[in-house]
Design a protein around this ligand. Structure first.
Ligand code: AGP
Length: 614
């Protein structure tokens, strides 16, 4: 949830890379930020509430350009508050040992209260309400001369999750970092070493990275990286090359990352599909699954776990697997799944959906499924992420970095990858070559189809203008469009702060219809799939309560267009692709309503891109 950065160099000042790194990680949390710099006369700490920009202006005032050269080692943090309000005192870095030691942390220390009480008994003075400050005082308490050992001893007493970086005036030139449950990556450049919660804060300096694993701790100096376990046995980790560059995480002339990522979808989907369709077999290649047709045929049930937008993609997956592969499929909210003592076993295939690959509840669901002997695979966008590595097999989305907190291109890529997986599984069962071939042809048209939807951006913006003042909205759909209605409601909630609900269209009559009036627009998903006629009936019921209805209708479907107040048109395609073309309309609708309401689109209040705590 928070973003941490560490930087050390033979010659380059640290402040620039630390602040730029925080800017790249700001989507992980943005209620306060801070840095700690090592200097000849001790550790200097600067903290500020609000965005990284506020910290940067504090640094400009406190450390004029000319002075900056002497700081070549530092750590930094941008926060998403879990313990304690967003105040300067609770902002990171936290200090101990009379200011000689500074530490930043991403994660949650579950036993912090007990540890704090023990440390206070031994005279430690706490300045904040955070869980993190406990770790700083613990490290100071265990520092008997070797910095790495001091941090390791402290972490052995900690329960919970962490990605941490620490520096100390007692150990000049050294930074110690460690991870358990929260991501941490080390970028190894010619003269610089950058540590960060994810590679987006590193690629400006190097594309050679090391992904730390849970239980790893590392001592970092300009000379290099020395990785150990907490019990001090040396560990070797592979250096990997990041396959994208800084351009991918720039706005590229768009006003917001969300709009850029919506418009990137034709290319992103082309990347998700590339090399994975098999026209000759009327099926799909998904080498990352490394499952033989015999192993696929042995699967008795599919379980799809995820959270938020990923869960919605999983719910669309249910319809695709049951239709194409004739296999019972259960989408599960990961937090419920992990604590429900889930009934999964060797005959079950558990698919974990996560754009970031770091969502704590989904990661725990993966670990629980592995414990129970299920076949487990990941469907992630971030290469090298924890879920991808721990699942051990899976499908990468290749949708490119997704910076905006509101997930858009990852959703369409997830549904496309699930569709190709269902196709592959179906072809090991009763799905005919003809049906497979039809789908292969239709899937290969996806980039062009989504391109067509994007051409309707202005029309969508015009309709959004009409409803941008509404504070309550409903989204309705049936079949595989029901999860898309949930996704449409989620998008407009998180970026435009509109109180919106997504419903299976028939469900309205069982209560929610009581809320309808001329003030509650209803967005009805009317793509040409089974159930459309029934949804048109529900549209009449809404209009009978004077609620304006925005319909997402298929081009040429005059009847549906005539039945609604405002029609937004999608290109003709098959039922299996209708969730993808439909959701792009809802993404743009939410974007324009948010833009017209003046919302912070890329960094909505109270949210963070990757939820690494429970
Ligand atoms: C979606 O716009 C949100 N950012 C959120 O619901 C997100 O989908 C959820 O936190 C899951 O994230 P993941 O896909 O990275 O696991």
């Amino acid at each position: 949830m928070c973003g941490i950065v560490g930087f050390t160099s033979r010659n380059r000042p640290a402040i620039g890379p630390l602040v730029n790194g925080l800017r790249r990680l700001e989507y992980r949390g943005y209620d306060s930020a801070g840095v700690a710099l090592e200097s000849a006369d001790g550790i200097k700490v600067y903290k500020q509430t609000g965005k990284v920009a506020e910290l940067d202006s504090l640094l400009s005032r406190a450390l004029p350009e000319g002075e900056r050269g002497k700081y070549t080692l530092g750590i930094a943090h941008t926060r998403w508050a879990t313990h304690g309000l967003p105040t300067v005192a609770n902002a990171h870095p936290h200090i101990a040992d009379e200011g000689r030691l500074a530490l930043v942390h991403n994660g949650i220390i579950e036993n912090y209260a007990a540890l704090r009480a023990g440390l206070e008994k031994r005279g430690a003075k706490f300045l904040s309400q955070t869980d993190t400050e406990v770790v700083a005082h613990l490290v100071a308490a265990f520092d008997k001369g070797d910095f790495l050992t001091a941090v390791a001893e402290a972490l052995k007493r900690v329960e919970g999750t962490y990605g941490i970086a620490a520096i100390s005036a007692r150990h000049p030139g050294e930074m110690v970092v460690a991870r358990k449950g929260s991501p941490l990556v080390i970028g190894v450049g010619e003269d610089d070493i950058v540590v960060a919660s994810d590679v987006s804060a590193i690629v400006a300096y190097t594309r050679q990275v090391i992904y730390l694993k849970d239980g790893d701790i590392a001592r970092i100096t300009p000379k290099g990286v020395d990785i150990h376990t907490l019990d001090n046995s040396p560990v070797t980790r592979e250096v990997q090359e990041v396959d994208w560059d800084i351009g991918a995480i720039e706005k590229g002339g768009y006003e917001h990352f969300m709009l850029k990522e919506i418009f990137e979808q034709p290319d992103a989907l082309a990347n998700t599909i590339r090399g994975r369709l098999d026209p000759a077999g009327g099926t799909a290649f998904l080498s990352g699954l490394s499952l033989s047709p015999r192993e696929l045929a042995a699967v008795r049930r599919v379980v799809i776990v995820g959270c938020g937008t990923s869960l919605h993609a999983g719910m669309v997956g249910k319809y695709l697997f049951e239709k194409l592969a004739d296999i019972p499929t259960a989408p599960e909210q990961a937090a419920e799944f992990r604590y429900s003592n889930p009934i999964v076993g060797p005959d079950d295939w558990v698919m974990a959906l996560s754009q970031s690959g770091e969502t704590a509840d989904t990661l725990a669901a993966v670990r629980e499924s592995i414990r129970k002997g299920a076949l487990v695979s990941g469907l992630c966008n971030v290469v090298g992420s924890t879920i991808a590595r721990e699942a051990g097999r899976g499908v990468y989305l290749h949708a490119g970095p997704e910076i905006s907190v509101a997930s858009t291109k990852a959703f369409t890529a997830q549904v496309t990858a699930l569709l190709m997986t269902a196709l592959k599984l179906g072809r090991t069962r009763r799905l005919s070559f003809e049906d497979g071939d039809r789908l292969v042809k239709e899937i290969s048209r996806l980039p062009e189809l989504v391109g067509k939807v994007l051409e309707g951006n202005d029309a969508i913006a015009k309709v959004a203008e009409k409803y941008a003042k509404a504070d309550d909205m409903f989204f309705i759909g049936r079949g595989m469009l029901h999860p898309v209605a949930l996704e449409g409601a989620l998008k407009i909630k998180e970026v435009a702060y509109v109180h919106a609900e997504g419903y299976q269209a028939a469900e309205l009559k069982h209560g929610p219809i009581a809320l309808l009036s001329e003030k509650t627009p209803v967005v009805a998903l009317l793509a040409d799939i089974p159930g459309k006629e029934k949804t048109l009936g529900n549209v009449q019921e809404c209009r009978a309560r004077l609620a304006p209805v925005v319909g997402v209708v298929t081009e040429g479907d005059e009847a549906a267009a005539a039945a609604v107040t405002d029609a937004l048109v999608i290109p003709k395609t098959c039922a299996e692709l209708s969730p993808i073309v439909t959701v792009v309309v809802l993404q743009l609708f939410a974007y324009h309503v948010a833009r017209l309401r003046g919302c912070e689109i890329d960094q909505p209040r109270n949210l963070a891109k990757s939820v690494t705590v429970e």
